[in-house]
Write a protein that binds this ligand. Structure first.
Ligand SMILES: [Fe+2]
Length: 449
């Protein structure tokens, strides 16, 4: 691969990115969330890099490869159009394991937003290591989009959701991959939570008022609606708490796709995330299907902005407000600060009307200062991960890494920036063998080959 600039000698580990890559022509209409999960891997070792990509070897992917065609209809079609049964929260869907990727106990684990199985991969070779069952103890209820790995304890925290009571479960997996906690979380009905947050002592779940119309689910119609008169509820549970230990707090109505971080401050749990002013932007009744689909994907229409909630566990009081007026989402932090007070989050500059990222923003949540770096005309990036330097003193003594896709020039790169010197531009740019799709969720793991 052609390298421009110099790959830092002290950057050692793997950058992994998931995202949807459709292999076969879709049944009916294609939604951007339908494609098969593909992991892109760039490993860094003593100034050298290695790149691989591989489809996640899900049951659904293998069945479609065997059949030579798509067997499951996607989000834009009714589940009844699928040719096979399927699982996941909505039913009759392909579990594409295409949403997120984390590294837990030295193994990469991919996940699916609609509560699919977790698939294990070698983080360097991307070899398929089969499904994660946590010692065979995990019931086949699936896991939601985002699991959380607490670097300080090695534990993995997760939740899932269903269309029947109790509608949610929450669990903890130990550093040696044993399911050590799994409890039902009672919700008023079927919900669509996407992400969670944690502090050393608490896990933070949510009940946002954007969910499938409950009157239609039993008819097999999964119509997402935003109930703007209902509050958002945040559930705070001790990490090993029982179902009845959840404390629910009511907040201003919204839908939160991703949280940034959380920490404990005296009697309060502080939670940062992206508040959507309008989770369900209205479109004209005669608008195209594409326009109707993208209203749930265009962060500019939803007006997604950094926001802070404070929950007082002693008094029950909630205070909340914006951290910034800038439209953004998909925040990454130095994982050493996950669950603890932090200063910097690196979020994306969303493309207007699309589900791609034109640049990145470094927010200083202490001072409000923001630095913006744009990838260039027609160039879109991925979630930018934070790789701390070995001798780091400050939180932003780190490298930032992203995959970019230059659509006009049909080429992709892996780009490394110095988090402290964004204005200086790329430190190293590695040209990939082929252009790759635009993408979202990614992670960094300081593991050696
Ligand atoms: Fe996500």
């Amino acid at each position: 691969m052609k390298v421009t600039g110099e790959i830092p000698q002290d950057l050692n580990g793997v950058y992994l990115r998931n995202t949807e890559n459709p292999l076969f022509e879709s049944i009916g209409r294609y939604h951007p969330f339908d494609g098969d999960g593909m992991i892109h891997m760039m490993s860094f070792c003593d100034g050298e890099v290695e790149y691989r990509n591989r489809f996640v070897q899900t049951d659904g992917f293998r069945a479609e490869v065997d059949a030579g065609q798509a067997l499951w209809a996607g989000l834009a079609e009714p589940p009844s159009r699928s040719l096979r049964e399927g699982k996941c929260a909505r039913g009759r869907m392909k579990d594409a394991s295409s949403t997120d990727i984390v590294v837990h106990a030295g193994v990469a684990v991919s996940s699916f937003y609609q509560c699919g199985d977790l698939y294990r991969l070698n983080p360097h070779t991307l070899d398929d290591l089969g499904k994660e069952t946590w010692g065979g103890a995990f019931p086949s209820a699936g896991v939601s989009a985002h699991t959380k790995v607490d670097e300080h304890t090695g534990e993995l925290l997760f939740f899932n959701y269903q269309t029947s009571a109790p509608f949610m479960h929450y669990g903890v997996v130990s550093a040696d991959r044993q399911l050590v906690h799994y409890v039902p979380i009672e919700l008023p009905g079927a919900r669509l939570p996407h992400d969670m947050a944690f502090t050393p002592n608490y896990s933070i779940l949510n009940d946002c008022p954007l969910f499938w119309d409950p009157e239609l689910i039993h008819r097999g119609i999964y119509a997402t609606r935003y109930y703007r008169d209902m509050p958002m509820r945040i559930g705070i549970i001790p990490r090993f708490g029982a179902s009845q230990d959840v404390r629910w707090f009511e907040c201003r109505s919204t839908f939160v796709l991703h949280w940034i971080n959380a920490w404990e401050d005296g009697d309060e749990v502080v939670l940062d995330g992206y508040f959507e002013d309008d989770p369900s932007p209205r479109v004209a009744t005669d608008s195209t299907l594409e326009a109707r689909m993208f209203r749930f994907l265009d962060l500019h229409s939803m007006k997604s902005r950094p926001y802070r909630w404070r929950f007082n566990l002693r008094t029950g009081a909630v205070t909340e407000g914006y951290l910034s007026d800038t439209i953004t989402e998909f925040g990454m932090i130095n994982q050493a600060n996950a669950g603890l007070p932090y200063r910097y989050v690196y979020s994306v500059v969303p493309t207007r009307g699309m589900f791609t990222f034109d640049g990145l923003i470094k927010h200083d949540v202490r001072t409000g200062r923001e630095e913006v770096l744009m990838f260039g005309d027609g160039v879109v990036g991925s979630e930018t991960v934070v790789a701390p330097k070995p001798d780091a003193v400050d939180e932003d003594d780190a490298w930032l890494i992203t995959f970019t896709s230059d659509v006009p020039n049909d080429v992709s790169h892996c780009v490394v920036y110095d988090a402290k010197a964004l204005n200086a531009g790329a430190v190293a740019t590695v040209q990939l063998p082929e252009r790759i799709s635009s993408g979202t969720h990614a992670c960094w793991a300081a593991t050696s080959r």
